[in-house]
Design a binder for this molecule. Structure first.
Ligand code: NDP
Ligand code: 8X3
Length: 260
């Protein structure tokens, strides 16, 4: 098992959901954490909690992954003792809307493509070279069942996650011959703020996504990510599709009111 204690882990999208759960999971095993997102008050609160609960060393960076200049400025501003990032968890991402493609909102498309694809690329481009130079590193990308199967009205979100899958594969090919690993963790339905963001704060509609079934929790996914990160150096968990037991595909969900 790979020891995570004192390893430096950078998590994008740590202010909520899966990213926040990863912060707890990695803090518990003694990692040093660089936590990033746009909502700095949430990051501040998380830092305080992790310091108190686990005595974790935490460094916060507030930036928008869509803004290349901000990404580079933030990462270049890291103090020397935080620059050697061992594990990058490319988690920041979102969906916006659920519309037929021919009726879709173009700004929603831009936001999803800029965040899920370009943002992930910007952060990876800034951090991966150091991993190669140091001969140590692991990049874990958050894909989705949506990158394996397109579902009706999911069009552009699914396209961004299919792109993440292609990027993970390409990065793995290009890093072959180095010790740097690339894993893709691809969940099905996870109850986080994801659907509230998708439906712009319509919590009632968001709840219907997980109605009458048992979704994954953010912690379930964080445990899978931690498993990937703790394999011995010669083992790369390349791709994990992790679904709720009540889900067998992007559109196949067993719903039973007795779950409530
Ligand atoms: P949440 O909405 O709970 O969290 C999303 C995180 O991404 C937040 O911390 C948010 O922080 C951050 N983020 C969004 N946009 C930006 C941006 N432009 N710049 C920086 N950070 C940003 O959703 P999840 O935890 O569910 O989602 C995490 C990842 O998991 C996403 O990539 C998502 O696509 C993927 N996923 C989710 C599934 C689900 O069912 N929930 C299933 C499969 C994959 P802030 O707003 O503070 O910037
Ligand atoms: C999130 C899973 O099915 O809600 O990537 O799009 S789904």
């Amino acid at each position: 098992m790979q020891i995570i204690k004192d390893r430096t882990v950078l998590i994008t999208g740590a202010s909520s959901g899966i990213g926040e759960a990863c912060a707890f999971a990695f803090a518990e095993v003694g990692a040093r954490l660089i936590l990033t997102a746009r909502r700095s008050p949430r990051l501040d609160a998380l830092k305080t909690q992790l310091e108190q609960q686990f005595e974790t060393e935490v460094f916060l960076l507030t930036f928008d992954v869509r803004d290349l200049a901000s990404v580079n400025a933030a990462l270049n501003s890291l103090p020397a003792e935080w620059q050697a990032i061992d594990i990058l968890i490319n988690n920041a991402g979102l969906s916006r809307g659920l519309d037929k493609l021919y009726e879709g909102n173009i700004q929603d498309w831009e936001e999803m493509i800029d965040t899920n694809v370009k943002g992930l690329l910007y952060v990876t481009r800034a951090i991966a070279p150091g991993m190669v130079a140091r001969g140590r590193g692991h990049i874990i990308n958050l894909g989705s069942i949506a990158g394996h199967e397109t579902y009706p009205k999911g069009n552009v979100y699914c396209a961004t996650k299919a792109a993440v899958r292609a990027i993970s594969e390409g990065l793995k090919q290009d890093l072959l011959g180095t010790p740097v690993r690339v894993s893709s963790v691809d969940p099905g339905l996870v109850e986080t703020e994801f659907s509230q963001v998708r439906f712009r704060g319509d919590t009632e509609r968001a709840k219907t996504v997980y109605a009458d079934m048992v979704p994954l929790t953010a912690q379930d996914v964080a445990e899978v990510i931690l498993f990937c990160a703790t394999r011995p150096p010669h083992v790369n968990v390349s791709e994990v599709l992790v679904l709720p037991t009540d889900q067998s595909g992007a559109t196949l969900v067993h719903r039973d009111p007795r779950h409530l």
